[in-house]
Write a protein that binds this ligand. Sequence first.
Ligand SMILES: C[S@@+](CC[C@H](N)C(=O)[O-])C[C@H]1O[C@@H](n2cnc3c(N)ncnc32)[C@H](O)[C@@H]1O
Length: 210
Amino acid sequence: MPDWDKIFKEKGYVFVDPHQDISRLASLFRTQGVRRILDLGCGTGRHLAFLTQEGFEVSGFDSSSTALELAMKWLKEEELRADVHLGRMEEPFRYPDGFFDAVVSIQVIHHNMMNDIVATIREINRVLKIGGYIFITVPIYGPKPEKPEDDWNLHQLEAGTFIPQSGPESGIPHHYFTEEELHEVFRNFKILEMYTDDTNHQCVLAVREY
Ligand SMILES: C[S@@+](CC[C@H](N)C(=O)[O-])C[C@H]1O[C@@H](n2cnc3c(N)ncnc32)[C@H](O)[C@@H]1O
């Protein structure tokens, strides 16, 4: 079954430029005393490299060994250091409670069924200190949830979760969130911003309250 590892094997660095708002977030994090950041589903390392360059202590994990090889190559070439390892987001994270000041996860946590997404968010909450930040982006369930994947031949697995039968991400589950769901799954957080970015993903910037 095609998966992200296959995509990275075939296409290499699919994502190169960092998220449009990561620079603004780095400034915010700095003013708020953020030091340790987890990049959950770090892929080939565009945010690992950026945030490390900005002076943060960055950890990242991903389920694709090919992505991690590319990420480590990138870091080495730029003479940067980050703690990077293979891991699955629906399994317990290897970090202690309250270890991170911030968790970023760009276009990752929706690649699962809802019960696994809830497990991931529980772990995000656990490894983040109270008062810590999250910046998470996911696709949203809009009036045309199938856009721009009209040709993906989406097969529904559960409410809001689809698996493309064709196209580059075929076989990879996609959960399309509603705004209400985002408020529900991040109920432990004070949501500071929720908006749609240029890639049509919903961005959630929030602070852990409890
Ligand atoms: C759209 S890519 C985004 C990568 C990276 N966050 C970025 O912005 O460049 C989705 C990433 O999620 C990772 N991923 C998918 N399912 C995962 C899982 N169950 N556990 C950990 N990582 C996963 C993929 O390997 C891939 O690197």
